[in-house]
Design a protein around this ligand. Structure first.
Ligand SMILES: [Cu+2]
Length: 522
């Protein structure tokens, strides 16, 4: 939405002219082409997809990682710097990384379309686009690698960030299990086989059962609580890869001024951010500036980000805590002035956290909202599913057997998402930032962002101007919901001369419900 380069789809002629057309594959920018491009040159940043060992609760665990040029997770770009990156795959298995919330051309979005297949082990792929400033993140969109922590921050600084002279603190959240994602998924879907023959009425009954008694039976849930919003029982919750028993301690200046960049990179967990005695000012959501809003307890749905300005009142020690919704479990980091004893917190809060909700969303206002305009097209999308059998759908369809939501260049597009399920769905659209324009039918001019929570039995309407041609994934960011069907497509008409299937994408190349391409488990 801000001065971004938006190349159109390559035509077959252009692909052939690039000398890189291979078996219907749209080429990424090769190093040769990038070198010839008439763009202002910036250094190529190396990002390495790799494996690494974490220590969690005193046990070691092998996970994936995305390591930048400074040896730390992820990338930080300077104001005006292009996203000019060589992604080096040293993960020992094929991978593909999505630049969550960034708006590159669709062939650089890091989604495994047939035309943009995963990067084989040992290969390097180059990316080159104009990024938008703000707090973003990156994660594998291949198999279930994201669950194994193939995730990292992607911070694009603005000129204003540099002028503000605030200490930047990135806090990335994860959920962690010693079980593999496949084992966790099998635990969720194990009832599917026995119940797949169930008639439709029986399925509805199973859903009602889940929303009450079955959910409450899970461990760690308050007795008598209506439902457990968590599908999975994790072994740990991580803040910058560490638990609250051994938190990261960020040393601050006396009376320090901090810009806290919060990222929920968890696969299936939502948090309440608790600033404790500190008062924060929310200034951006999902990288996009909002009118400043004060707060110290802030909901953060899966895949969302929050930028919070904090002026530390003194030389104290200030935990920044993230508590899991529906649980007492929490994680976090500590801000502490040099020489100050570090305040330690118990890993469990005294109270159970309520489900994450839209209490903040409904008060947010974009600094740069969409222009006033009626939608040219409105798509209504029904979100449905249940814990037993464990399967989640959009408009009754399960990925990859879906009918794309067609949009056209220049259209104002509205999408009304209606949740008919008892679980919340953090919905993410690739390729366009959208504005939240209605909650439960009540219209307002909300935040511009890329991921919004649709609460149980609630509805949220988003709007955007279709200006980034291509084929874009639109899905729930609870990765177990996504894996069992809750993914869809918003697509521009694809030019016939590209030789692509248009617009349907169903077929064996996309894997099959419950049988998404598995990656090597680590
Ligand atoms: Cu979902």
């Amino acid at each position: 939405m801000r001065g971004n380069e938006r190349p159109t789809l390559l035509t077959r002629r252009q692909i052939l002219a690039s000398g890189a057309a291979i078996a219907g594959t749209v080429p990424f920018l090769t190093k040769e082409r990038a070198a010839a491009a008439p763009e202002p040159r910036t250094a190529v940043l190396r990002l390495i997809a790799d494996t690494r060992t974490l220590s969690v609760n005193g046990k070691s665990a092998q996970v994936f990682g995305l390591i930048g040029p400074n040896g730390k997770p992820g990338l930080t770009l300077s104001p005006g710097e292009r996203f000019h990156v060589d992604l080096v795959n040293q993960a020992g298995t094929s991978t593909l990384v999505h630049w969550h919330g960034q708006l590159p051309p669709w062939t650089q979005d890091g989604f495994p379309w047939p035309q943009t297949p995963p990067i084989p082990a040992g290969d390097t792929q180059s990316y080159d686009y104009a990024p938008i400033a703000g707090t973003y993140w990156m994660h594998s969109h291949h198999g279930m690698q994201e669950q194994s922590l193939m995730t990292a921050p992607l911070i694009v600084r603005s000129a204003e960030d540099m002028r503000a002279d605030r200490q930047e603190v990135v806090l990335m959240l994860h959920d962690f299990s010693f079980k593999t994602p496949d084992e966790l998924l099998a635990g969720l879907t194990k009832s599917n086989d026995s119940q797949s023959a169930m008639p439709k009425g029986g399925m509805a009954k199973a859903m009602n059962m889940d929303s009450g008694s079955m959910g409450a039976m899970k461990s760690g849930t308050r007795p008598g609580m209506a439902m457990d919003p968590n599908d999975v029982d994790f072994d740990a919750f991580l803040a910058n890869d560490r638990t609250l028993a051994d938190p990261e301690v960020v040393r601050t200046e006396p009376g320090g001024r901090v810009r806290l960049r919060l990222i929920n990179g968890a696969s299936s967990t939502q948090f309440w951010i608790d600033l404790g005695t500190l008062a924060g000012t929310v200034v951006a959501v999902d990288g996009h500036p909002v009118r400043p809003l004060r707060g110290s307890r802030l909901p953060l749905a899966m895949a969302q980000r929050l930028d919070v300005l904090i002026d530390l009142p003194g030389n104290g020690s200030y935990p920044i805590v993230a508590q899991v919704e529906g649980k007492r479990a929490r994680t976090g980091i500590v801000l502490a002035a040099a020489g100050t004893p570090v305040l330690r917190l118990a890993a469990e809060a005294g109270e159970y956290a309520p489900p994450v909700d839209l209490s903040l969303e409904g008060r947010l206002e974009a600094v740069t909202p969409l222009a006033q305009r009626a939608p040219d097209v409105t798509h209504r999308v029904i979100l449905a599913g249940a814990m037993a059998p464990y399967a989640w759908s959009m408009n009754g369809e399960y990925w990859p057997n879906v009918t794309p939501l067609m949009i056209a260049h220049g259209q104002r597009v509205a999408i009304e998402m209606v949740n008919r399920a008892m679980m919340a769905h953090p919905m993410h659209l690739h390729g366009h930032a959208f504005q939240v324009v209605a909650i439960n039918g009540a219209q307002f001019a909300g935040a511009v962002r890329d991921t919004v929570l649709v609460p149980p039995m609630g509805s949220v309407t988003i709007a955007f101007d279709a200006d980034n041609p291509g084929r874009w994934a639109f899905h729930c960011h609870n990765l177990y919901h996504m894996t069992t069907g809750m993914m869809h497509i918003s697509s521009f008409p694809v030019p016939k001369d590209m030789g692509l299937p248009d617009p349907g994408l169903s077929g064996p190349r996309f894997g099959h419900r419950f049988r998404i391409a598995r990656t090597r488990q680590i």
